[in-house]
Design a protein around this ligand. Structure first.
Ligand SMILES: [Ca+2]
Ligand SMILES: [Ca+2]
Ligand SMILES: [Ca+2]
Ligand SMILES: [Ca+2]
Length: 277
């Protein structure tokens, strides 16, 4: 049921599972109401999602309900979209340098016995939302039905912004007592819009100081900061401005060689976030 669109103009790659319908007008997973001949992609009530092709244009078709969404990542000259966050994370985040703007991002740790480990490096992750009574998260870490024996997942050099929902916004949220990252280094837990907590530990305890995040004992953690990254023009331009506290504050461990612009990273002290200045 999962599909992944990777657009690097002029080329577009579309990969999808066996339960996704495909035709000359695009792909779709799910069902729909309305005109059967017009098909799901032009329905006003699609119960699923897909991609509509019209001439040289591609349209992402989200579901007509609020239970699922479409996840997007972009960087210079490239965009990845998927109805599956796992599908998106595979080709995208593990290569770093992405601007990630999703609502209520939800990361599930691999099941026990799986060797793949999510490596989220040098990104801008933003829970978005709006300044009303809603709930937003930068990252939610949860576990599968059988939880891993110990922490899983690497998070380094990311700017993580919880979003701007009034009174209900978290930068990083452990949704289960066993949902711990394995490594959490040099992330900026952005204080933007005064999140409820910078870090929600063990699905129980809010932590509001970066220094206290660095004291957690159930993951390898260091270098956390909580500073305004001073984007050039949020949300349209997520480059960091000269003098940003993220400049030179990253760890070189596992850092990608290039930033989102293709600029070489500082090999010793890379910047936090998708941009290197
Ligand atoms: Ca724990
Ligand atoms: Ca924890
Ligand atoms: Ca740059
Ligand atoms: Ca720099």
């Amino acid at each position: 049921m999962a599909w992944v669109l990777r657009a690097r103009p002029p080329s577009v790659e579309l990969t999808f599972g066996s339960f996704v319908r495909s035709s000359g007008s695009g792909i779709f997973e799910g069902t729909w109401t309305g005109d059967a001949e017009a098909g799901p992609l032009r329905s006003t009530t699609p119960f699923g999602s897909g991609v509509l092709v019209e001439g040289d244009a591609l349209y992402l078709v989200p579901p007509g309900h609020m239970l699922e969404g479409i996840y997007l990542c972009r960087r210079a000259g490239e965009l990845v979209a998927s109805n599956s966050l796992v599908g998106l994370l595979g080709p995208a985040l593990d290569q770093g340098n992405w601007w990630v703007i999703v609502e209520n991002m939800h990361v599930v740790s691999p099941r026990p016995g799986q060797t793949n480990e999510i490596d989220v490096h040098s990104n801008v992750i933003d829970g978005r939302g709006n300044a009303t009574a809603c709930t937003s998260y930068g990252v939610v870490l949860d576990v599968a039905a059988v939880a891993p024996a110990s922490g899983v997942g690497i998070f380094r050099n990311n700017i993580i912004r919880g979003g701007e929902c009034n009174n209900n916004a978290w930068d990083f949220y452990e949704a289960d007592v066993l949902a711990d990252p394995r490594i959490f280094e040099n992330n900026d837990l952005d204080p933007y819009s005064s999140p409820t907590d910078l870090y929600f530990d063990e699905a129980a305890t809010g932590i509001d100081l970066a220094a206290d995040v660095d004291l957690l004992l159930d993951m390898s953690v260091s270098g956390t900061l909580s500073s305004n990254p001073t984007f050039v023009a949020y949300p349209g331009n997520l480059h960091i401005a000269a003098g940003s506290p993220c400049d030179g504050a990253g760890t070189p461990n596992g850092a990608p060689a290039l930033d989102m612009d293709g600029d070489a990273r500082d090999l010793g002290t890379p910047d936090i976030g998708a941009d290197e200045i």
